[in-house]
Design a protein around this ligand. Structure first.
Ligand code: NAP
Length: 311
């Protein structure tokens, strides 16, 4: 039940309802929050699709979770969010898996993300953080949307971050151009923050577009979590910071329990478009709640994504 200040009642993750005949897709499922969420969800007898960038880690996670949960319907599929081609192939595979046995697509958990200290260009010509954290996420969401719409009560959940607050001035007009980023004067924190702001704005916009459907769109800010997120960030990835993070930050298991509650919560639809943190409605920055900005970003985004043929 929802209390008056929009707090979601926790769900007992040790006794989750069964999701037989339903599919849950988790991106970045071989590590951190994604992997721990996959472990919890696997027990619900759903078909769980693990979208992972590295094959060995993806297959190892698939086998590990299959044997710990006893659920044979755990499937690794290759997904590299830095490549539109890979996202397209992954989405086709998910749709095929759903069609074969007439499974419903219950949830797309857009969890994968990078915190990268360098400006690199992807094969599609975008800054890598922008494409992995934002453009790839939106493209995947749009490709799976028709199937999500067919389901009785489906949900898109995007993992975002407090870092969105470090953006005081968004750069929507320049951010999609590789010329904007200077490799020598690259400041990764605002770039990461801006990609997460975009994730929130796109969720806000999509929640409005999908108002009349069964699909809800939510964001979750997991807080500071002890994971591998700093591994590409040499400045902070030291023994001492790793120790402090382990000591002070929330565990990936705890963060996964909160995400799992959203995957099951009966009150997400009437709260579509909101951001949750520790199961409480979060008050994001004023930029992240601007419908005007969200609309502008959405239309710019559609101009750079590959064309989507809706069947
Ligand atoms: N940890 C925190 O304090 C914190 C705080 C706020 C928000 N978040 C967000 O939480 C989410 C999960 O991160 P985490 O903390 O669990 O970190 P993590 O352990 O590093 O997990 C990130 C996952 O994303 C995957 N990934 C990276 N690049 C990818 C790509 N090109 N294509 C597909 N998958 C890719 C990683 O795969 P590889 O293992 O192959 O790299 C990994 O599975 C991220 O969106 C992050 O921004 C984390």
């Amino acid at each position: 039940m929802l209390a008056s200040r929009n707090v979601l009642e926790p769900i007992n993750v040790k006794a989750l309802p069964k999701l037989k005949g339903k599919i849950v897709v988790i991106t970045g499922a071989n590590s951190g929050i994604g992997k721990e969420t996959a472990r919890l969800i696997a027990k619900t007898e759903c078909k769980l699709i693990l979208g992972c960038r590295r094959e060995l880690e993806g297959l190892a996670t698939q086998e590990e979770i299959k044997s710990s949960s006893g659920n044979d319907l755990i499937i690794y599929k290759h997904l590299d969010l830095s490549s539109f081609k890979s996202v397209f192939t992954f989405a086709e595979e998910v749709l095929q898996l759903a069609a074969t046995e007439d499974f419903e697509l219950h949830c797309l958990l857009n969890n994968a993300g990078i915190f990268y200290d360098k400006h690199e260009l992807t094969e599609d010509g975008f800054n890598i953080s922008l494409q992995v954290n934002y453009l790839g996420l939106v493209y995947l969401t749009l490709l799976l949307l028709p199937k999500l719409k067919e389901s009785s009560s489906s949900r898109i959940i995007n993992v975002t971050s407090e870092a969105h607050r470090c953006v005081s001035q968004p750069h929507i007009d320049e951010f999609f151009s590789s010329d904007y980023f200077s490799p020598n004067k690259y400041d990764p924190i605002p770039v990461y923050g801006e990609t997460k702001l975009y994730v929130m704005l796109s969720a806000l916009h999509l929640s409005k577009v999908l108002e009349e459907t069964n699909v809800s769109v939510s964001c979750v800010d997991p807080g500071n979590v002890a994971t591998n997120i700093l591994r590409h960030f040499k400045k902070y990835n030291t023994l001492i910071t790793r120790f402090l993070i382990w000591l002070r930050f929330k565990s990936a298991v705890k963060a996964a329990e909160e995400v799992t509650c959203l995957i099951f919560h009966p009150h997400l639809k009437e709260n579509s478009g909101k951001v949750w943190k520790s199961l409480e409605e979060e008050n994001p920055s004023s930029l992240a709640t601007s419908e005007e900005l969200a609309k502008k970003l959405w239309s710019q985004t559609l101009t750079v994504l590959p064309k989507i043929n809706s069947k």
